[in-house]
Design a protein around this ligand. Structure first.
Ligand SMILES: Cc1ncc(COP(=O)(O)O)c(C=O)c1O
Length: 416
């Protein structure tokens, strides 16, 4: 017999095992000052490429005012209770209607959080007879939704249509036996690599197979498509997406999420999603603030135009300088380097302390051993000077890495 506490503190988990060396610097860093491209980290202003504030709405004066006015009028408590019981309001319904007309779906259900919304939507859509077919690089919320699924699931290789077709073949045979249906799940934009899900090609497969299609477009909403309505709009295939999900955590710079679909499906979700029925409704400032953010996305195309000016300058500049930025076709910009975990920590430290550049660093066990990814998230409020400064720093860092100037010692947060 084991004691739960003794067991967990011995293991600490895949990320927790690095906590002592990482805490407060690489993990759980504190960025202070107004949200934007320059924020204070470890006592000094740094050029910040780590926030999904794609359109710069987090610190937009009209957004701040809308949030503050709503908080002054309603506080953070109203409405109390779950929406089904006592927590509904005209504003919640207005936001759903505004979102539906923006994304071009007949109806939308508002969700309290993206992560638990996806988990719960998957949980309530499928039963033990149904089969889920999903992309291997799906976000944790999709994987965790599947952990609640007691029926079968098949994983296809990331963005590999041959593999998807094969898995759909297995799923179809099985569904014929169980009498269930098939739900295919992918992301619109993959948040680590920046590649787009092959939505159009997946929808093409509906001609051969019978399935429903769920897309998590957390990074695509606001950034992709002519009007910013997301990756479905970008690939001109929104009609083939049966359930379109996005969160407010990124372009909308808020809290909350939503799913768009047919009226009868949204009605089913409203009456069956346990995360919404058994949890308090979003507070009014979140809802009124989201209405304002959506209005700005709809009416200020310059926000997305600025974003893409910065994206193009950054990605073209990095490519021209010979950096490997993978297959990104979206704002997410991974810079892929090779090196040991010690070198990864030295690079992150050097970037922050010598060049005053703050970006996320991704290394083993999140990516294979020997791979280091510095992930840059450009936003509408970055400047072309920020881009030039960053590319110059990356060139120097690469020079040091190529010449073995980064040592073999992990730079520990304990030494700071
Ligand atoms: C692809 C994806 N789906 C879902 C979520 C979860 O959304 P939320 O932060 O609203 O819980 C995220 C991260 O925010 C995400 O990147």
């Amino acid at each position: 017999m084991n004691d739960i506490f003794e067991k967990v503190v011995k293991r600490m988990g895949p990320l927790g095992q690095y906590a002592d060396d990482a805490h407060g610097y690489y993990t759980f860093p504190k960025l202070t000052g107004p949200i934007g491209p320059r924020m204070v980290f470890n006592g000094k202003p740094r050029l910040n490429w780590s926030l999904n504030n794609y359109l710069g709405l987090a610190n937009h004066p009209e957004v701040i005012k809308a949030d503050a006015d709503a908080a002054a009028q309603f506080g953070m408590a109203y409405p109390m209770g779950a929406r089904m019981m006592s927590g509904n309001s005209d504003y919640h319904e207005q936001l759903e209607n505004d979102l539906a007309s923006f994304i071009g779906k007949p109806e939308v259900i508002l969700l309290n959080y993206g992560y638990q919304g996806v988990v719960s939507a998957i949980d309530c859509l499928v039963d033990r007879h149904d089969i889920i077919v999903y992309d291997a690089e799906s976000h944790a919320c999709i994987l965790d939704g599947m952990r609640l699924h007691i029926g079968k699931r098949f994983m296809y290789q990331h963005n590999n249509m041959e593999s998807l077709e094969k898995q759909l073949g297995h799923a179809t045979k099985l569904a014929e036996k169980t009498g269930g249906g098939i739900l295919v799940i992918t992301e619109g934009v993959f948040g680590m690599s920046g590649s787009q899900g092959k939505l159009k090609e997946i929808i093409e497969l509906k001609k051969k197979f019978n399935f429903r299609f769920f897309v998590d477009d957390a990074h695509g909403f606001g950034t992709m498509g002519k009007t910013g309505a997301g990756t479905g709009e970008e690939q001109n295939c929104m009609d083939g997406i049966d359930l379109y999900f996005s969160t407010f955590a990124k372009s909308m710079a808020g809290i909350g999420a939503f799913i768009g679909s047919k009226p009868e499906i949204i009605k089913f979700l409203r009456y069956n999603m346990r995360s919404q029925i058994y949890a308090k409704s979003l507070p009014m400032p979140m809802v009124i603030g989201a209405i304002k953010r959506l209005e700005l996305i709809r009416t200020r195309p310059e926000l997305k135009e600025n974003l893409w000016k910065v994206v193009n300058a950054l990605q073209n500049g990095l490519r021209e300088a010979g950096f490997n930025i993978g297959l990104t076709t979206t704002p997410v910009t991974p810079v892929v380097l090779s090196g040991s975990p010690a070198e990864a920590s030295q690079i992150a430290y050097d970037m922050r302390e010598t060049y005053n550049i703050f970006c996320s660093i991704v290394m083993y066990p999140v990516v294979p051993k020997g791979v280091i990814i510095l992930r840059l998230i450009p936003t509408a409020v970055h400047s072309l000077e920020d881009v030039a400064e960053t590319i110059a720093a990356f060139k120097e860092v690469r020079h040091k890495l190529d010449n073995g100037l980064y040592g073999t010692e992990v730079v520990s947060a304990r030494s700071m």
